[in-house]
Ligand binder design. Sequence first.
Ligand code: ASP
Length: 308
Amino acid sequence: MFALIGTWEMSRKGVTLGRETLMQGGFAGDAVEEAVRCVEANPDYVSVGYGGLPAADGQVYLDAAYMDGDTLQCGAILSVTEVSSPIAAARKLCGRKTNWMLCGEGAKQFAVSSGVPLKDMRTPASQKRWQEAMEQKKADDVPAPYKGHDTVCILGLDENGHMVCGTSTSGLFLKVPGRIGDSPIPGCGFYCDARYGAAAATGLGEDIMRGCLSYEIVARMRAGQSPQAAAEGALSEFVKKMQELKEDHLSISLIALSPDGRYGAATTEAQFPFTAALPDGVHVFSCTPKGEHMDITSASPEEMSRLN
Ligand code: ASP
């Protein structure tokens, strides 16, 4: 059995590429990196890598992480500019005993010294988006920093039972420079333990971090829950807690994968698309809240054209 599970429809090309590696008996880590790199390199995906969403100062600051589920080792880079593939740099940090989470200039220097090329990650389109938002902000005098974000998260399982996960994002549009979300933080934006499973999150990092939701999902799988029950249970318990605190408007979507290749998803959104590259092909699923549970259906041709 092998599987690659990715957040959002934007991960479809990447998981398709990574699936080739897994079909040839390759390592989950290579497939995860290929899938994330594919999204990072595409300027049409505006919330990850090249052409990502700019911060308030117009610069594109990127966060990425990689976790090996066999060793529980991680690598992460935070708030870095000009690193052409943040996931490649994060993976190169994985395996160190210390200094595996680097931010800013230090992360950039590490990327250069480890052979990840630098590149201006701003594009004319990202600069135009920033310019327009700044003009709008002046006109409204109401900053709207939390509109527009999405992280690519990939969970991988290979034929040899290795499990790996990777995340990459430009974070929130118009964020304060230096702001970090959940995506490069273990237990929050991702977690992977090959004995029990892997999970990852996308949405408002400031909310996700308060629930350590990825760790919570893996802990539930360790206790015997299916990936679907674990994702749903972790989310609904956290939503209840937030409602008790009178905090709503949560924006959280979650994916999960078990060591035997079962997967699950949960969301607070009206609809959350995710992808699954499996031995029988590549699928795009739609996750929709339905009462206490989630409805997971194949994305219809209409949904697919809307998502594209
Ligand atoms: N979780 C990301 C962050 O807060 C953004 C997203 O996934 O939408 O930076």
